[in-house]
Design a protein around this ligand. Structure first.
Ligand SMILES: [Zn+2]
Ligand SMILES: [Zn+2]
Length: 124
């Protein structure tokens, strides 16, 4: 019979009696903020359709840019762009297809991300 007395030790650093900071900081791994951000991205119009000058004809998907970069790595919820489902996202010429719509607009996924951030700033 194996008896293990090792317990996971938690290192808790207490601020002691330093200056009171008032309310506690919401230290949550950024997941709730990430979800909120993705909600805002989902409410936007397709940035690639806008660049190409086409009318968006399907609902907006939230695309994590640089999909597949690093096996098993999760992309941040903040590295997301709004793309229309049928054409720019899952379509044969979309970002998960042959990416020809990206070439048509002469941009990279990072350009789309920059546009997305810029638009969110304008909307704020
Ligand atoms: Zn589109
Ligand atoms: Zn995607």
């Amino acid at each position: 019979m194996k008896s293990s007395t090792a317990k996971p030790s938690k290192i808790v650093q207490r601020p002691g009696t330093e200056a009171p900071t008032g309310s506690a900081k919401p230290a949550r791994n950024g997941t709730s903020a990430g979800k909120r951000h993705m909600g805002r991205v989902a409410a936007m119009n397709c940035v690639l359709c806008e660049l190409i000058g086409e009318r968006q004809s399907s609902k907006t998907d939230v695309h994590h840019i640089r999909d597949g970069a690093g096996a098993g790595q999760r992309n941040s919820d903040f590295l997301t762009v709004p793309l229309c489902h049928e054409s720019c996202h899952q379509g044969p010429q979309g970002i998960h297809g042959d990416k020809s719509r990206l070439r048509l607009a002469a941009v990279t996924e990072l350009d789309l991300l920059a546009m997305t951030i810029s638009k969110l700033q304008e909307a704020a």
